[in-house]
Design a protein around this ligand. Structure first.
Ligand SMILES: Cc1cc2nc3c(=O)[nH]c(=O)nc-3n(C[C@H](O)[C@H](O)[C@H](O)COP(=O)(O)O)c2cc1C
Ligand SMILES: [Mn+2]
Length: 493
């Protein structure tokens, strides 16, 4: 019974940001910070909170220089209201199961009105500076209102509405720059308008139901609307209202929405960045980006900016938390491997330090010669890992892939670097890759190389491979039973 109540609570929080904050407070997992400064202080407190694996939700209120009620919230999607109590691969499996049960897309519905329309700024009244937008990191080139946000565009050919999370910098009252890496859906769509000599209609939602942030940040297939994915996960349609200027839809319960047009970059572009990025650097530095010229701002009373700015991927709260979503991305790749017809997958994981993308580990029950290679090639190119990867490691299924020491042991003892490695060049990467060579960066050649490492017992002599030096689980249990009353060191072992 308790567990179905908890599931109901999780779904309620997933579908409604303000309810999520209330429920987080009820379980004592929410910290309210009064009087912090948007200039680096909010960002520093957030970064320090991520030294914990399970940071609290933090709501900043009475922010210096801004009206009471104009808030910033962080660590929302890692709130303990979403905890299933599961860890490691069990958590990955939980995500997969949930997705299987909720995979039929549920299209959004258009409604007449919603709380996002409580306040509207148009014409001379448009003021994107009215909100307590943090300068998150010391080296940032400006204030970023979009970190956990949805950038909404519509394919002019098919009517597909895409929503992706791309960081958004504030320049002046009417100018924002969403930073969309080449090849992301928002980029592919905007270029279609530009090719016709038109400005791209665009909407940015800042602060929305956690399920929407999760959908916008994960890789839905081309042509699939993240609103329908979010609806599927919630089991009910997302309610949208249409913008007056672009006709683009946005969530009726969004906290803040900017609506406008993005002309082609040869008409207008301004310097975006630098911004502290999740690989742990300021790699994309500063470069001209096309601008969103804002025609209307819609916001709720006492609006909440939801922030999920990147930090180095060595911080535990990041790796597990909102921006990292390590488990969620592992679940995506596992699903993709199976969809591609790779059998015998026993687990998928990401390595701490590599954030959600750079270092992906697959545990495989090898069924035939060439099977490990099959898994490695798919894992390196599948939708959720194609962008910004570095290393794929395939290991046998006796390796506990959630334990970095075990993965290193597989590398140390089952991998012949010369014969069990593929190096593949020309893969998709982005400006935020610190290893993107200066020549490629300058030429707009956003590609890098990948290593696929097969740290598995070579299939054709796996039966001759030296046996592992380890007490069997059965004998260990037997010995423990005999001795645990007498020996302290056996307690809790
Ligand atoms: C907090 C956060 C910030 C992100 N910022 C960016 C960004 O600035 N630019 C970008 O191209 N992708 C960014 N991403 C990754 C994209 O959201 C992700 O690739 C998503 O699949 C994009 O949507 P799309 O597949 O519809 O293009 C970010 C993800 C998260 C979780
Ligand atoms: Mn998409």
């Amino acid at each position: 019974m308790a567990s179905s109540n908890e599931e109901a609570m999780r779904m309620e929080a997933l579908g409604d940001l303000r309810r999520c904050l209330e429920l987080s407070a009820e379980i004592d997992n929410l910290e309210v910070v009064q009087g912090a400064d948007t200039n680096q202080e909010i960002g520093a407190l957030y970064e320090l909170s991520l030294e914990r694996e399970e940071p609290p939700v933090i709501v900043f209120d009475n922010i210096k220089g801004y009206p009471e009620g104009f808030r910033v919230a962080v660590n929302v999607r890692s709130s303990q209201v979403f905890s299933t109590g599961k860890k490691g691969l069990e958590q990955v499996e939980t995500y997969r199961k949930h997705r299987r049960q909720h995979h039929e897309p549920i299209d959004p519905v258009t409604v007449e009105s919603g709380p996002v329309l409580e306040n509207v700024m148009e014409g001379d009244a448009v003021d994107t500076l009215a909100f307590p937008t943090p300068k998150w990191h010391q080296g940032d080139g400006g204030d970023y209102i979009g970190t956990e946000c949805m950038v909404i565009t519509k394919d002019p050919d098919t009517g597909w509405v895409n929503a992706g999370t791309y960081r958004v910098m504030v320049h002046d009252k009417t100018t924002l720059t969403p930073f969309i890496e080449p090849g992301k859906h928002g980029d592919v769509i905007r270029r279609k308008y530009w090719a016709r000599g038109e400005a791209c209609p665009m909407v940015v939602s800042v602060g929305q139901a956690p399920v929407l942030g999760a959908a916008a940040a994960s890789t839905a297939a081309s042509g699939v609307s993240e609103f329908a994915v979010a609806g599927a996960r919630l089991g009910r349609p997302i309610e949208l209202v249409d913008g007056k200027h672009t006709g683009l839809p946005f969530p009726a319960a969004s906290e803040i929405v900017f609506e406008g047009f993005m002309p082609p970059p040869d008409e207008i572009a301004v310097d975006e960045g630098p911004f502290g990025e999740w690989p742990g650097y300021y790699a994309s530095n500063s470069r001209p980006e096309p601008v969103l010229q804002v025609k209307a701002v819609y916001h709720r009373d006492d609006p909440i900016i939801v922030g999920a700015p990147p930090v180095r991927p060595t911080l535990p709260g990041f790796w597990f938390g909102t921006a990292g979503s390590a488990h969620f991305r592992a679940a995506s790749l596992w699903d993709e491997l199976e969809a591609a017809g790779v059998p015998g997958i026993k687990g998928v994981w990401t390595m701490p330090g590599g954030g959600p993308r750079f270092i992906r580990i697959v545990a495989l029950e090898q069924l035939h010669a060439g099977h490990a290679k099959m898994a490695g090639l798919v894992a390196a190119g599948a939708g959720s890992s194609a962008y910004l990867g570095r290393i794929v490691i395939i290991v046998d299924d006796d390796i506990d892939i959630t334990n970095p020491a075990e993965v290193m042991w597989a590398l140390a003892t089952r991998w012949d670097p010369k014969t069990q490695t593929d190096i593949i060049d020309g893969c998709w990467t982005g400006y935020i890759d610190p290893m993107l060579q200066p020549e490629r960066r300058a030429a707009g050649d956003m590609t890098n190389s990948r290593a696929i490492i097969y740290a598995v017992r070579p299939y054709h002599w796996k039966d001759e491979f030296p046996a592992v030096n380890m007490v069997s689980r059965e004998y260990a249990d037997e010995v423990r039973k005999t001795w645990s009353d007498k020996l302290d060191f056996l307690k809790n072992l």
